[in-house]
Design a protein. Structure first.
Length: 185
C-alpha cells in the first residue's frame, strides 16, 4: 500500500464501523489513516495490503461458498471491488514470526469466507516463516472464533487491550520412524 491509498483505506474503515465500535473508539480520520500508512512505510518489516475481489459477476445464490471461491488479489491495477485490508509485520516479535495486526473485511462482505481466504493466501506466501500470530483487540469473541477455526490457539493474554493467538507454519515432516517390534519374550 502506498500513501495515495489512504482515502481507500479510510473509506474501508468507514464502511466497517462495527469494528471500531467494538473497540470503543471512533473510526480513524483520514489524517490518522494517512499517518499510519506513513509510519508503516518507514518500517521495512511491516506490510499493508488492500484486498480486492474480482468482479466477475453477481454471486450465484444456488451455489455454496466452497464451490464459489472469490478471486482475491492485492493489485490495484486489476479490476475489482475493495473488500478488505491486511496489516502484518515480518519477524515480529521474534525472527521467523509473522504477526497479523489487522485483517479487516468490509462489513457488507463479511461472512463469505474472504477473511479465511486472505489468511490461507498469506500462509502460502510465507514459506520461510515458522509461526503466524494474530492479535485480537478488546473482547471480540467473533474474532477469537475466526482465528481458532483457522487452526490458531491461544498464545498470550495482554488484556484488557488484546490477546494473541498463534499457529505454527510449515512444520518439517519427520522421517518415518520404524514401528516398534513386539517382543516374543
Amino acid at each position: 500500500m502506498a500513501l495515495p491509498s489512504a482515502p481507500l483505506l479510510h473509506e474501508l474503515y468507514r464502511a466497517t464501523p462495527g469494528y471500531f465500535a467494538l473497540l470503543g473508539c471512533p473510526v480513524p480520520s483520514l489524517q490518522e489513516v494517512t499517518r499510519d500508512i506513513e509510519t508503516a512505510l518507514y518500517d521495512p518489516r511491516r506490510r499493508l495490503e488492500l484486498i480486492y475481489q474480482d468482479n466477475a459477476g453477481p454471486p450465484d445464490p444456488t451455489r455454496t461458498e466452497l464451490s464459489r471461491p472469490a478471486e482475491l488479489h492485492t493489485d490495484k491495477s486489476q479490476p475489482g471491488e475493495l473488500v478488505g485490508s491486511l496489516d502484518y509485520k515480518l519477524d515480529y516479535p521474534q525472527m521467523g514470526d509473522v504477526t497479523i495486526n489487522l485483517l479487516m473485511i468490509r462489513g457488507s462482505a463479511q461472512s463469505r469466507g474472504l477473511g479465511r481466504q486472505v489468511v490461507r493466501d498469506l500462509e502460502k506466501r510465507l514459506p520461510h516463516s515458522q509461526r503466524l500470530l494474530a492479535s485480537v483487540l478488546g473482547d471480540n469473541a467473533r474474532a477469537v472464533q475466526f482465528w481458532e477455526r483457522l487452526g490458531f490457539t491461544f498464545a498470550t493474554d495482554a488484556r484488557p487491550v488484546m490477546t494473541w493467538y498463534a499457529k505454527p507454519l510449515h512444520q518439517q515432516a519427520q522421517p518415518d520412524q520404524p514401528l516398534p517390534v513386539a517382543s516374543s519374550n
